[in-house]
Design a protein around this ligand. Structure first.
Ligand SMILES: *Cc1c(COP(=O)(O)O)cnc(C)c1O
Length: 380
């Protein structure tokens, strides 16, 4: 099966085959990691592989796989992998912006964005912020060079209308980047919704086993992508071949994992709905969630994260301690469920009892029973 045969294929088929090379006799289906700091290079400097900070065949296959999922059938899309989501985010922002530019960030996005903001400002870049919900970033777009969207936002799970924001930003000449970490490319395809760049942490559900840090930037604007590539070369925030290979291997099960985890997340959210001690329940897949209408228009799956608030910090801590199938840990998107009291980090504007629950691939009835039992026990 070659690329053109896969273009019309369903996304499960695409996921299991994504990025594989043409079959070659006596070669493995997915070639193992290539550990090389440098490659044979007699004479003129030429060919794809010269030095390990610039390129690596294991990255190439992974980049193809991610590109096929983010923009199926679109050969003009280029993908670059990085050592972490933050490496990818920094590459996208710092390669596109210069002193005097204006950038619009979400005020409720990933917890490292305030640190990024301080660094951008130190370089003379004006940073404006607005919440994700209600498309509020529209109001501060005037004169911006870059609009940064995170939808659904982490950890509040608000959603904005990506197409609408991208059109408004493009009308005044701004680039649009979307952090697609929470949705994964099987949940949402920002490049098809009008974004110029899609950026994500592959540490979360894309790889899904909690054992790899990874990031990527993808886009079809050749000038913008050339700047991202140059940034990777000069900063050197490159993925290790082993991590890149593990990530590629994990993507084969992406559809299985996201389907199971999204269904489980909905089951848990439904079980939490109407519980007297639970307030502020958010899951974009719940029909009565404030984000559901917009999410349903642009997402095909609603993610594996559910957030809600318990009455007090102590109650939230007792709840986390009482859970047996859900580990108290940060991050999200893994096959094993995790949860944490987000306020313990500081930085996120959330109540003390706010819980971010990442729903794994366990049996839904076991998970729901564990969560409900822990809620009961934490109330005693
Ligand atoms: C985790 C996360 C990041 C950062 O990714 P790392 O791989 O931890 O560097 C960026 N954006 C979002 C939305 C995230 O959840």
């Amino acid at each position: 099966m070659n690329d053109s045969a896969e273009q019309g294929a369903g996304e499960g088929t695409r996921a299991v085959r994504a990025g594989l090379p043409e079959p070659a006799k006596n070669e493995p289906t997915l070639p193992g990691p290539v550990f090389a700091a440098h490659f044979h290079l007699p004479g003129e400097v030429a060919g794809p592989y010269t030095y390990g900070r610039d390129n690596n065949p294991t990255w190439t296959l992974l980049e193809r796989a991610i590109g096929e999922l983010e923009a199926p059938g679109d050969d003009a899309v280029e993908t670059l992998v990085f050592s972490s989501g933050m490496a990818a985010i920094s590459a996208a922002l710092f390669s596109q912006l210069r002193a005097g530019d204006v950038v619009v960030l979400p005020s409720d996005g990933y917890q490292a964005l305030p640190l990024v903001r301080a660094q951008l400002e130190a370089y003379g870049i004006e940073v404006r912020t607005a919440p994700t919900g209600g498309d509020a970033q529209l109001e501060v777009l005037d004169g911006a060079r870059l609009l940064w969207i995170e939808s659904p936002s982490n950890p509040g799970l608000d959603v904005c209308d990506i197409r609408r924001l991208a059109e408004a930003a493009h009308a005044q000449g701004a680039l649009v980047a979307v952090d697609n970490t929470l949705a994964t490319p099987l949940g949402q395809r920002p490049l098809l919704l009008g974004a110029d760049l899609v950026v994500a942490s592959g540490t979360k559900q894309l790889t899904g086993h909690g054992d790899v840090l990874l990031g990527y930037v993808a886009g079809r604007d050749t000038e913008a992508m050339a700047a991202v590539r140059r940034w990777r070369k000069i900063v050197g925030a490159i993925a290790g071949p082993m991590e890149a290979w593990l990530a590629h291997r994990s993507i084969a099960t992406l559809q299985l994992r996201v389907d199971r985890q999204c269904a489980n997340a909905l089951a848990v959210a439904e079980a939490l709905r109407g519980r007297p001690e639970v307030s502020g329940l958010r899951y974009p897949g719940l029909a009565d969630d404030p984000a559901h209408k917009t999410a349903a228009r642009q997402m095909r799956r609603f993610g594996s994260v559910v957030s809600f608030t318990l009455p007090t910090r102590a109650r939230a801590e007792r709840f986390l301690e009482a859970l047996r199938l859900v580990e108290d840990a940060t991050s999200f998107g893994g096959v094993r469920s995790t949860a944490e009291r987000r306020g313990r980090w500081g930085g996120d504007p959330v109540p003390e009892g706010f819980i971010r629950l990442s729903v794994g691939a366990e049996d839904p009835e076991d998970l729901v029973a564990d969560v409900l039992r822990a809620l009961e026990e934490s109330g005693r």
